[in-house]
Design a protein around this ligand. Sequence first.
Ligand code: ADP
Ligand code: MG
Length: 140
Amino acid sequence: MAELYTYSEEETIDYARRLAEGLCAGSFISLSGDLGAGKTAFTKGIALGLGISETIVSPTFTILRMYETGRLPLYHFDVYRIGMDDLAETDFYEFAFGNGVCVCEWAELIESELPEVRVDVKIERAGDDARRIIVENIGA
Ligand code: ADP
Ligand code: MG
């Protein structure tokens, strides 16, 4: 488990970028934290670390966006609007257990459906621009 504080969006992106350099095909990252915590910012860093050139756009309304210009494909979910109820109607299971890197915002809403082996990232506000980030390898 790692606990750290960041003091700007750029610092969060940079931390996630470095974390992503160690990810491999099939990695799953669950992102938990309130609205505005920095889950999408964290995903931007993961994309950079994978060498993705596209701009990351929050999948709040689309549920899933994918990016295929990096060293591994990135599947970016935001399950806030569907929660458990309609998960089976999405491509979640296909990509959560697929061959790319899957990042899921609001993963705490679907905890029972998450892969057993994953990286849990919890982001909490610790002031205006300060964030407490807790990273835990689960099931590895
Ligand atoms: P979420 O996806 O969790 O709803 P976003 O990443 O979309 O959150 O938004 C985070 C917001 O907080 C952005 O406006 C960002 O600039 C701001 N912010 C301020 N400080 C930080 C920090 N230390 N880490 C990440 N984001 C930060
Ligand atoms: Mg978001």
